[in-house]
Design a protein around this ligand. Structure first.
Ligand SMILES: *Cc1c(COP(=O)(O)O)cnc(C)c1O
Length: 434
C-alpha cells in the first residue's frame, strides 16, 4: 500500500510508516495513492458474508499485500469483536448502531483496529512503545479501552484530579494491565503541558519509544469503512438504493464510508449532518471552506470548527467542488430541533437516540423528504444514549438503563497514581516505569 500526503510536500510512505508517523511532516493527511476496487463477485454476493469477512476483504484489497492475509484476519478478529446491528426505525429508515464496543461509541472501531495494527508491527520487531495521552474525559477512555491488552504498547493517561465525571474516571482507572492512569493535581491544560514536554524531552525520547494515538491516523480510517459495507450487505436483498447520513465533526467517519464507495460499493448518496458547527454544510452550499471557532452544543463530540479530515473529504472527490456537491448533501441542526427529534422518535417508536444520532436522523429524514428518495436510508448512531443520560432522560422522561459493560466498570475499584504537575516528577516516573 502506498500513501501520499494531501499537502504533497513529502515522499510517499507505506502503511507501516503512515501508522507510526500519524501526521506527515508537511501537516497534510495520508491518503492511499490508489483506492483499489473490491472483487465484483464479492460485491454481488456480499449478503452472504458476516461482518468480519467483509472487513477482511476490504482490508486485504486496500492494503495490497503489505500484511499477510492470515495476519489481517487475526487483527480483525481481535479488534472487531462486537456487533454493528442495523435497526429498522421506520419502514425506510435504518439506524446503524456503532456503539456496541467497550467505550460505547463508534471510535472503538478505529482505536481497536489501530492498536492491533501497531502491536502487529511492534511484535515483529520485538519493540515496545509508550503512548501518552492527556484527557479531560472522553478521548482518554476510548484510547484506554482501545489499547487495552495490545501487545508491546503501554498507555499512560494523565487526567486532572477531581475534574472528570465519576463514570469517566472509572473508565480510565479500572482497566489495569497495560493501562496506567496518572491523577494529576492540576487542570487539563497541566496534563497536556506535561505530555507535550515529554515529547520534547531528549532523554525521554532516547530511552523510551514515545508515541501518541493521533485521531487522524490512517489506521483509524480504514475500519470506519467496514460498517458501511456491512449495512449495505444487510439491505442488498431489497434491491433498493442506499443512502447514508453521518453525524459529523472531524469527518473521519464519513471519509471511511467514502472509501468503501470508491472501492466499488454502489452507495447512492451521502448526507453529512452537523450541529451548529456547520462548516462543511456551508462549504457544500457556497464552495467556501471557512473554519470558525467551535460553539458548544448538546452533541458535543461534533463541536468542531475546523474539521481535521476536510482535505481527505476533498481528495475523495478529486478535489472537485462540483463533484462533491453532486454526491453529498449537507444539513445542520440546532440543539432545540435535535432534542425535539429525540423526543418525537421516542414517543412514536420507543427508539432512544443520543444527540449525535438524532442529528443524523434529522439529516436523513429531511434529505428523503426533499429529494423524494425512495430507497433505504441508513443513519449512523455514533454513541449509546446512556453516555448522555442526563440530557436524554430529561427529554424523554424515562430512565435509561446503563449497558452491563458500563455498570461493571462503575462497580470496580479505582486505581490511579497521584502526581503533582511538576515535570520532574512525571519524568522520573516515566523513566522508572515506561
Ligand atoms: C467523534 C464523534 C462523532 C464525530 O465523528 P467524526 O469522525 O469526527 O466526524 C460523532 N458522534 C460521536 C458520539 C463521536 O464520538
Amino acid at each position: 500500500m502506498e500513501l501520499y500526503s494531501t499537502n504533497g510536500k513529502v515522499e510517499n510512505v507505506n502503511l507501516k510508516q503512515a501508522v507510526f508517523q500519524g501526521l506527515p511532516a508537511d501537516n497534510g493527511l495520508y491518503m492511499p495513492t490508489t483506492i483499489p476496487k473490491l472483487d465484483k463477485e464479492f460485491i454481488e454476493n456480499i449478503e452472504k458474508y458476516d461482518f468480519q469477512t467483509i472487513a477482511y476483504e476490504i482490508t486485504k484489497t486496500l492494503i495490497q499485500g503489505e500484511i499477510p492475509d492470515e495476519d489481517i484476519a487475526e487483527i480483525i478478529k481481535d479488534a472487531i469483536d462486537f456487533d454493528a446491528p442495523l435497526i429498522p426505525v421506520t419502514d425506510k429508515m435504518f439506524c446503524l448502531e456503532l456503539f456496541h464496543g467497550p467505550s460505547l461509541a463508534f471510535k472503538d472501531f478505529g482505536a481497536r483496529f489501530m492498536s492491533r495494527l501497531m502491536s502487529y508491527y511492534l511484535q515483529k520487531e520485538d519493540k515496545e512503545i509508550n503512548i501518552l495521552v492527556a484527557t479531560s474525559g472522553d478521548t482518554g477512555s476510548a484510547v484506554a479501552q482501545g489499547f487495552l491488552d495490545a501487545k508491546g504498547i503501554k498507555v499512560t493517561i494523565l487526567y486532572p484530579s477531581g475534574k472528570v465525571s465519576l463514570n469517566q474516571e472509572k473508565q480510565l482507572t479500572t482497566l489495569g494491565k497495560n493501562i496506567t492512569a496518572l491523577e494529576i493535581d492540576g487542570v487539563f491544560d497541566d496534563c497536556q503541558a506535561l505530555v507535550k514536554q515529554a515529547f520534547l524531552d531528549k532523554e525521554l525520547n532516547e530511552k523510551l519509544n514515545l508515541s501518541s494515538a493521533n485521531s487522524i491516523n490512517i489506521a483509524r480510517l480504514i475500519p470506519q469503512s467496514f460498517y458501511y459495507a456491512y449495512a449495505y450487505s444487510r439491505l442488498k436483498k431489497t434491491n433498493k438504493k442506499t443512502v447514508f447520513c453521518v453525524p459529523s465533526g472531524n469527518f473521519g467517519n464519513i471519509c471511511g464510508g467514502m472509501i468503501a464507495r470508491e472501492m466499488g460499493l454502489p452507495f447512492d448518496h451521502f448526507v453529512v449532518a452537523t450541529n451548529a458547527n456547520d462548516i462543511v454544510p456551508s462549504y457544500l452550499k457556497t464552495g467556501l471552506f471557512e473554519p470558525q471557532p467551535s460553539v458548544a452544543t448538546v452533541s458535543n463530540a461534533m463541536d468542531v470548527g475546523n474539521p481535521s479530515n476536510f482535505s481527505r473529504f476533498l481528495a475523495l472527490h478529486g478535489n472537485d467542488y462540483a463533484l462533491a456537491k453532486s454526491k453529498v448533501t449537507g444539513k445542520s441542526y440546532n440543539d432545540e430541533i435535535t432534542l425535539y427529534a429525540v423526543k418525537k422518535v421516542y414517543d412514536k417508536t420507543g427508539y432512544i437516540m443520543c444527540p449525535h444520532t438524532a442529528v443524523a436522523f434529522l439529516g436523513l429524514s429531511d434529505y428523503m423528504k426533499e429529494s423524494g428518495f425512495d430507497g433505504n436510508g441508513v443513519f449512523l448512531s455514533t454513541a449509546h444514549p446512556s453516555k448522555f443520560a442526563d440530557i436524554i432522560e430529561d427529554v424523554i422522561g424515562e430512565e435509561i438503563e446503563l449497558p452491563k459493560r458500563l455498570k461493571d466498570i462503575v462497580n470496580k475499584e479505582k486505581v490511579s497514581i497521584p502526581m503533582s504537575k511538576d515535570f520532574g516528577e512525571f519524568k522520573d516516573w516515566l523513566l522508572k516505569n515506561g
